[in-house]
Design a protein around this ligand. Structure first.
Ligand code: DGL
Length: 269
């Protein structure tokens, strides 16, 4: 047993979709969540910038005495995994892309998989490589969606928001044209606007939540190391953001569907 917290990070609020899955699957686990809201979006940055920010996030969480790291950010996973593993030393580092690719491969019937992701994730080719490693015949249509994270971070997630609906329709059009039967929400912000994406894609296409997919891998890794927490107690929850703490608590509560107590949020970095 290991009751130290898990370190989780994202460029902002999107990684809370992984937190939601973690608290449902393993409510006993403690965690420290870092949202780098001041530097979001990561998806429009260069690989070098993403690596520098990701390395700093790992160093920061390592300094908080965590037992493992969940990189709840596709953009960091796609562009900085080696750098983060080097910084993490002996701590296990679990990313979102391999678990999401594995979930997509297990769900698809036609082998035609779509990915919606940030520009930097699509440019890295990480999803194409991860899917092809598991299913050589599969085809991947990956669409960069640069307008989505800024809309979500500004709290614009309503299905009735015409600008959001138009952006989502535009990004989904190439996936419909390619005839995909499965779409990976390859950015942890996108499950927050799942209904808008569902509306654009229709009812028959399977949607994969990359943050949720990664939680199974994380818990398996902890179990293999005999490092799960104390199941008889609720875990401790702590949130740290690099921008305004009040705003993080308010928007984050809406995204999580559960109150983030303002006294558990601290601005740092
Ligand atoms: N939520 C992140 C991801 O999964 C980062 C989005 C961004 O900051 O551009 O890619």
């Amino acid at each position: 047993m290991d009751t130290r917290p898990i370190g989780i990070f994202d460029s902002g609020l999107g990684g809370l979709t992984a937190v939601k899955a973690l608290t449902q699957a393993a409510p006993w686990e403690s965690f420290v969540y870092l949202g780098d809201t001041k530097n979001a979006p990561y998806g429009d940055r260069t690989r070098e910038q993403i690596q520098a920010l990701s390395r700093r996030n790992v160093r920061f969480l390592r300094g908080r005495g965590v037992k493992a790291l969940l990189v709840a950010c596709n953009t960091s996973t796609a562009n900085a995994m080696d750098v983060m593993r080097a910084e993490a030393g002996d701590l296990p580092v679990v990313g979102v892309i391999e678990p999401a690719a594995a979930a997509a491969v297990s769900v698809t019937g036609s082998g035609r998989i779509g990915v919606l992701a940030t520009a930097a994730t699509v440019a890295s080719g990480a999803y194409v490589q991860a899917v092809r490693r598991l299913a050589r015949q599969a085809t991947v249509t990956a669409v960069p969606c640069p307008r989505l994270v800024p809309l979500v971070e500004s709290g614009r997630t309503d299905i009735a928001d015409p600008e959001l609906a138009e952006a989502v329709r535009t990004y989904c059009a190439p996936l419909l044209a390619a005839g995909v039967d499965t779409v990976v929400l390859g950015c942890t912000h996108y499950p927050i606007i799942r209904q808008v994406i569902r509306q654009a894609l229709g009812a028959d296409i399977a949607l994969i939540d990359s943050g949720a997919a990664s939680v199974g891998s994380l818990l398996k890794e902890l179990e293999d190391r005999d490092a799960l927490g104390d199941r008889s107690k609720d875990g401790r929850r702590q949130y740290i953001c690099s921008g305004g703490a009040e705003r993080f608590a308010a928007l984050g509560s809406a995204f999580l569907g559960r109150d983030i107590r303002p006294d558990t949020v601290r601005a740092a970095l």
